[in-house]
Write a protein that binds this ligand. Structure first.
Ligand SMILES: [Zn+2]
Length: 412
């Protein structure tokens, strides 16, 4: 069989997804397999047993990241790696993360079944604590590897009960010795469910992921005077809501102008003292701005600040903008993106160029290696939810794209 005719075994991939989902299965059909719990250990053990049976050698690094390696004919060459995470949210689904890990393993099985060799080694990787549900921050395993966090910081992160990642790694037997630091990687891929509704709405099977949205979180604080709702005439108030309503209108108008890739979200608002018959003394509004282009996001921030300043002045109140958190936009490697797009064209799957709205291990990985991602649809775009659902045919399609992208990068 020629390489272009190779296809993964969709039934085996599906069976393994269902087998993994039994570990930490929830009554509503999801999985609860939080990072470094006994259940996470079971999931890791299952992955490692499958990978060993597929002839892989396994190495575990100091953050518990797992590397299952299929040798290349030029085994000294930098590997092509693919993977994601096995940990889930407390009420997580069967596919988020797990799919990317098992699709990578399925690629290795397919290469074995067909007797296909690659010049470069191919590795299926499991990253530790991607979700950030048990230990904050999210994506800490790939983050330490890429140098975003120190190893000490990674080991010291604790859960609500005060247990640290370092201790829990030792407890479940996944505190490896391989240094958790950048190593030469020829290309890195991550297959993932989209976690949004765009592919489904456009009837596409494959998302060719060009990058990840930049995200900026702010608090807008508007100060007024707390006065009685009855006796105080309207023209004698300092009312933060007068500024708020024009801030909201201005930002929605800005979102429309930067559409379709802009995102403006007001996720939370607090009024103090928070009494029905008192003008609030202070409003705190949470604002989330996103755009895949860092320069445009910067422009949006400038406009946002101007809108806030103008609205506050016009309402004769005081206010300020506080930056809470930000994550720069990521543009993936054009060579890796091309490998994914070409595979979609060659295999004849309908595809869409797309930008990820969520963070992934690939964000950190892209800092140290040529990286890109492959998205497949999930039902109604629902994720981080026990109802998360994906079609076997779509999952197989994404794994076939992964196979051919890897073949292209890993060489004869
Ligand atoms: Zn994920």
């Amino acid at each position: 069989m020629s390489k272009s005719e190779l296809r993964i075994n969709g039934a085996r991939l599906w069976d393994r997804l269902m087998e993994m989902a039994k570990i930490g299965a929830t009554p509503a059909g999801g999985s609860n397999r939080q990072a470094l719990t006994d259940l996470d250990r079971e999931g890791r053990d299952l992955f490692c047993s499958w990978a060993r049976n597929a002839g892989c050698s396994i190495e575990i690094d100091q953050m518990g990241n797992i590397f299952a390696r299929r040798a290349g004919t030029d085994d000294k060459a930098a590997p092509v790696i693919a993977g994601s995470h096995l940990d889930t949210q407390p009420t997580g689904g069967k596919f988020d993360g797990v799919y990317g890990v098992l699709a990578a393993l399925e690629v290795i099985e397919t290469l074995n079944d067909s007797g296909t060799s690659t010049s470069r080694p191919v590795e299926a990787v499991v990253w530790t604590n991607e979700e950030g549900a048990r230990f904050s921050p999210a994506m800490i395993g790939s983050g330490v590897l890429a140098g975003e966090f120190t190893l000490e910081y990674g080991h010291a992160a604790t859960d609500k009960a005060g247990k640290s990642i370092g201790d829990e790694l030792r407890r479940i037997g996944y505190a490896g010795e391989r240094p958790c630091k950048p190593f030469p990687i020829h290309a890195a891929f991550e297959a993932h469910i989209e976690q949004g509704p765009i592919l489904e709405a456009n009837n596409k099977t494959i998302g060719v992921v060009g990058g990840v949205q930049g995200m900026r979180w702010y608090d807008v604080i508007i100060n007024g005077d707390a006065v009685h709702a009855g006796p105080t005439p309207m023209d004698q108030r300092k009312d933060p809501f007068r500024a708020l309503h024009s801030i909201l209108a201005g930002l929605y108008e800005m979102a429309d102008r930067y559409a379709p890739q802009s995102r403006v979200t007001f996720g939370d608002i607090k009024a103090e003292p928070g009494s029905r018959n008192t003008v609030p003394e202070r409003l705190t509004l949470a604002v989330d701005l996103r755009h895949p282009n860092e320069k445009i996001l910067e422009e949006m921030e400038g406009e946002f600040r101007a809108i806030v300043a103008g609205s506050i002045a016009a309402a004769n109140v005081e206010g300020s903008v506080r930056v809470e958190w930000q994550s720069p936009a990521v543009e993936f490697d054009s060579g890796c993106i091309n490998a994914v797009r070409t595979a979609a064209q060659t295999l004849g799957y309908p595809y869409l160029e797309i930008v990820s709205g969520a963070g992934h291990d690939s964000v950190y990985l892209s800092r140290i290696a040529p990286t890109s991602m492959i998205f497949v649809p999930c039902k109604d775009g629902i994720s981080h939810n026990e109802a998360e659902s994906a079609e076997p045919a779509d999952l197989a399609a994404g794994a076939n794209i992964l196979l051919h992208a890897i073949l292209e990068r890993a060489g004869q």
